[in-house]
Write a protein that binds this ligand. Structure first.
Ligand code: BTN
Length: 257
C-alpha cells in the first residue's frame, strides 16, 4: 500500500463493498494492487484525495479534497474486448446520479470517449484499465471515476467546472459517491444481463455534438467530420467530407474552431 491510510470497510449491495481511504496515490492503482493480492469483484475504492491521480493518455488528474475519486474493481464474465464498454456504463451511471440534481438536466452530456460535461465544461472523467493476473483466467477491469464536486483545476486545455460552480451547493463527494454506486450497480447489471445496446442508446441520447462536426486530435494528425456514433467496441464513427466513414479508436475531440 503506497501512502495509503485505510479507513473503513463497509458492505454495499450484493457483491459490492466499500473501502474508504483518507488518501491514496491513485484509487485505480489501489484497485490493481487489490486484484493482485487476492481482492475480489465488487471492491469499491474511495479516497478523499489522491497524490498521483491518473487521467487518460498518461495525463495526471489533479485530486484535491472535496472532489470524488472512486474506482470499482470488476471481473465480469466477458471477453477482454467487451470491457471497454464499461466506460460507457460508468458515464451513464454518472448521468443518472447527477442529472436529477441539476435545474437543467440537458446541460449534462457524455463526451467521447469518457468525459462528462456540464454546460460545455469538463465535470468529470473515467479511466478504464483492464489487465490479467496470474491466478485467474478471467480478465479484470478497474473503472476509475473522478467528479469535480467542490473545485476544479484552472487553465486546463478543455475548460473544467464543478458542481458547486453550477449552483449545486449542498452536496459532498460522499453523497455523489453513494448516488453513483447505486446507479452503477443498476447499469452494470443491465449491461451484464442484457447487452451493450441499451447502454449505447442512453449514452448516445446524452452525447455531446452527436451528428455535428467535430475535430478529432490524434497523436500525429487531426481529422474533421460529422460525429455519427459509437460502435460496440466504443470506437467513434466520423463521416469525413469525402463521405468516407472513419473509425477512431483513441483521440481527443473538440468542436471545430
Ligand atoms: C480523464 O478524464 O482523463 C480520466 C480521469 C479519471 C480520474 C479518476 S479519479 C479516480 C480514479 N483514480 C485515478 O487515478 N484516476 C481515476
Amino acid at each position: 500500500m503506497t501512502a495509503a491510510k485505510k479507513k473503513n470497510t463497509s458492505n454495499l449491495l450484493n457483491d459490492y463493498h466499500l473501502l474508504s481511504f483518507d488518501s491514496l496515490d491513485s484509487t485505480n492503482e489501489e484497485a490493481k494492487r487489490l486484484a493482485r493480492s487476492g481482492g475480489g469483484h465488487g471492491a469499491v475504492i474511495w479516497a478523499k484525495k489522491q497524490s498521483e491521480g491518473k487521467g487518460r493518455l498518461g495525463r495526471s488528474w489533479l485530486s484535491s479534497e472535496g472532489n470524488l475519486f472512486v474506482s470499482v474493481l470488476l471481473q465480469p464474465d466477458k471477453e477482454m474486448a467487451d470491457l471497454a464498454q464499461l466506460s460507457f456504463v460508468a458515464a451513464i451511471a454518472v448521468i443518472d446520479a447527477i442529472a436529477p440534481m441539476l435545474p437543467d438536466k440537458n446541460s449534462l452530456k457524455t463526451k467521447w470517449p469518457n468525459d462528462i460535461l456540464l454546460a460545455n465544461r469538463k465535470l468529470g472523467g473515467i479511466l478504464l484499465e483492464s489487465f490479467r493476473t496470474e491466478t485467474s483466467d478471467k480478465p479484470w477491469v478497474v473503472v476509475g471515476v473522478g467528479i469535480n464536486v467542490d473545485n476544479y483545476p484552472p487553465r486546463t486545455e478543455f475548460p473544467a467546472t464543478c458542481l458547486k460552480e453550477a449552483g449545486v451547493e449542498l452536496v459532498s463527494a460522499k453523497i455523489i459517491l453513494s448516488r453513483f454506486i447505486h446507479h452503477f450497480i443498476e447499469r452494470y447489471n443491465q449491461w451484464n444481463n442484457k447487452s451493450f445496446a441499451p447502454i449505447r442508446k442512453d449514452w448516445l441520447n446524452h452525447a455531446w455534438n452527436l451528428n455535428k462536426k467535430i475535430t478529432a486530435r490524434l497523436p500525429d494528425s487531426e481529422m474533421e467530420g460529422v460525429f455519427e456514433g459509437i460502435n460496440t467496441s466504443g470506437s467513434l464513427t466520423l463521416k469525413l467530407a469525402s463521405g468516407k466513414k472513419q473509425i477512431i479508436h483513441a483521440a481527443d475531440v473538440y468542436a471545430p474552431s
